[in-house]
Design a protein around this ligand. Sequence first.
Ligand code: SF4
Length: 330
Amino acid sequence: MNACDTSSLLSAAAYVRCELCPRRCGVNRAAGARGVCGETATMRAARAALHLWEEPPISGTAADDALPAEARDAGSGTIFFSGCPLRCVYCQNAEVSARGAGWPLTVDELAETMLALEAQGALNVNLVTALHFAPSVAEAIKRARARGLTIPIVANTSGYERAELVRELAGTVDVWLTDFKYASPELAARLSHARDYPEAASEALEAMVESLEAAGGRKEDEAGHLTHGIIVRHLMLPGEAADSFAVLDRVAALALGHCDLSLMNQYTPNEACRQAGGALAGGVEPEDYEALIAYAYELGFERVWWQEAGTVSESFVPAFDGTGLPGRRA
Ligand code: SF4
């Protein structure tokens, strides 16, 4: 990427006619307009703190109660950005993704926030739903690296990304922690208003694999923390087991041998889903989840992460109260 290249998706000019994500709204965010993601060019975030509950290659032993507190890893240095191009009806983080929680953050403040997380012992900088601010985020990473940031950069994404943007972030993003939500365009349209999700997420995942292989493939440090790699996450949805199996078929075709797989059963109906009733008002059937895990191994995935029964917990939804952000640090 060349910051002077105004055709780059990482140039500040990309905000002027925004096509940063597959929505391609074309609005002038630099002039204050908002597209589907709901954000102008002013970067905003709602929390920057150590997070204990990501997959072990990301959060390490941070949540391992069997270890004494002083022997556990500090966790993942997670920054939650405001807004989201994907508007899933079952979103658990709607307060920050859709309802406007967040505080403005300059590029230098974001760089400073990354360095502060490393100083707290973070294993990585984990950017949650950040890429609708990609030009600002990439510049902040560059400045933080220049100021001594050494830990890996994790892009934690819905998977609904443009492959072009993924390619431009090669060398900037070290670990892709990406969802793969749907194989069915109809389901993607119904639940995330994005019929093109399966196609876009497939192209993005292909680009992630290309970038990873160009960088020499998956790497971890001596303690097993991922320093370069891809983790594909799939949240199983109640009543949609068939699509989950189809998602695994698709991920296997695109990335088997190149990615870790994280299968999640933590679906919890939000208020809107509870009120709407139907399958999304309930939970995932344990036998469906167990069958999905078994199917992942049948397909040949070697590194599969899954959640224990009963992990549905509000601890997965942190407080979006500005913790850790400049001027709001406790
Ligand atoms: S980043 Fe936001 S404004 Fe830009 S194309 Fe995506 S949803 Fe639209």
